[in-house]
Unconditional design. Structure first.
Length: 381
């Protein structure tokens, strides 16, 4: 079956995009909420920090819970809890609750939402067969770019209708995602490398977790620092969006090409692209070097994410996938956080080298012990 006529996949895709939307809306929504109700935009940043910490801390434990009850049953409950958390937070802010109370309340949607990505990714394994999986992940990565851009834009638009409308929309998105969660797993013929056997050793997962960490680390170096990157070239602040546009455009193009090919590919090639792009970014080679390095990193991002996800699926036992994928997303988020911190405390030329080092380590781990899953997925027809 072609992916573009695969109704179950598009139902899954609609659900996961709705589930992701509140997280992309949250930073601006929290800031606008606290500014309007308390006069402090800084409180919005504190709420966002608490929300992210709660997500990361709860991702694996809640993922294990999803594995026990099944993501088809557990995800709707988590999504409804997340929606309720946003509603309660908005109500508390409307009632002029103290800042400490708002910080405590934001933990509920954070905890409930920590394993949503892992749970949906687990359902994808039962929604499409192995031949379509690389293409499905690549198309999803392209749609994710739209959600990342659309979330803040939607908040800015909805805020015109009222202070609490963005949080209400976040709750509605969670309810819509809960309604779209597939109720039945697909029955596909597939080869599961560890489904009926013991889990793979931790060493087998480490290269793929390192790949996920590298993606977050190097991407954050670019996404957090477009302004200093263009100022280093003597360009005005208005040129900063050009860097993000090139990064996003290259990421979409790379994912599209990867989806068109429909093969897993060798992640070491994409890691090599990260190394080359990161070195060029650190070298300060002028506008050609900046745009070329950002384009190379962006073009390799979608394929590396897809290859990492496919290979993790091959290693994770079916009854531990939600926890395993949640751990992978958490590791990637940690990389993003560390890259953001590096931009703030290190010289600009040095920050990308952390991502280069992580990519080289991940590639080295795959060269020394590449694992049985690299490039073993079949080609989509």
């Amino acid at each position: 079956m072609s992916l573009f006529t695969h109704r179950a996949y598009w139902r899954w895709s609609a659900g996961v995009q709705f589930a992701r939307l509140p997280a992309t809306m949250a930073p601006l929504a929290f800031t606008l909420l606290t500014t309007a109700t308390t006069g402090s935009y800084r409180l919005g940043g504190v709420l966002m920090s608490g929300y992210v910490v709660a997500e990361m801390a709860a991702a694996v434990p809640v993922g294990r819970l999803l594995d026990r009850v099944g993501p088809s049953r557990g995800l709707p409950a988590l999504l409804l809890l997340t929606a309720a958390g946003f509603v309660v937070l908005a109500a508390a802010a409307a009632a002029e609750a103290p800042s400490a109370v708002l910080l405590a309340l934001v933990l509920l949607p954070g905890i409930a939402g920590g394993a949503l990505s892992g749970g949906f990714r687990t359902l994808l394994a039962d929604t499409v067969d192995d031949a379509l999986l690389p293409r499905a992940i690549s198309v999803d990565a392209m749609l994710l770019e739209g959600v990342l851009v659309g979330g803040p834009a939607l908040v800015a638009l909805l805020d015109l209708a009222g202070t609490f409308v963005p949080l209400a929309a976040m709750a509605v998105a969670c309810v819509a995602a809960a309604a779209l969660v597939p109720r039945r797993a697909g029955a596909h013929d597939r080869v599961e490398s560890t489904e009926d056997g013991p889990p793979a050793r931790l060493a087998a997962y480490l290269p793929w977790l390192c790949c996920a960490f590298t993606v977050g680390l190097l991407l954050s170096t670019i996404e957090v620092a477009p302004l200093p990157l263009v100022q280093r070239l003597g360009a005005p602040e208005t040129a900063a969006p050009v860097v993000i546009a090139v990064l996003s455009g290259a990421s979409i193009a790379g994912s599209a090409l990867y989806a068109w090919r429909g093969k897993t590919g060798d992640p070491r090639l994409f890691l090599a692209g990260f190394v080359a792009g990161g070195l060029a970014l650190a070298a300060d080679l002028g506008w050609p070097g900046l745009l070329a390095s950002v384009a190379v990193i962006g073009a390799c991002t979608g394929p590396l994410v897809a290859a990492t996800s496919v290979n993790l699926q091959r290693l994770l036992p079916k009854n531990r996938r939600s926890a395993g994928f949640s751990l992978s997303f958490t590791v990637q988020a940690c990389g993003f956080g560390l890259g953001s911190l590096a931009v703030g405390v290190l010289p600009l030329w040095l920050a990308p080298l952390l991502g280069v080092f992580a990519a080289a380590v991940a590639g080295g781990m795959l060269v020394v012990k590449p694992g049985r899953a690299i490039g073993t997925m079949p080609v989509a027809s």
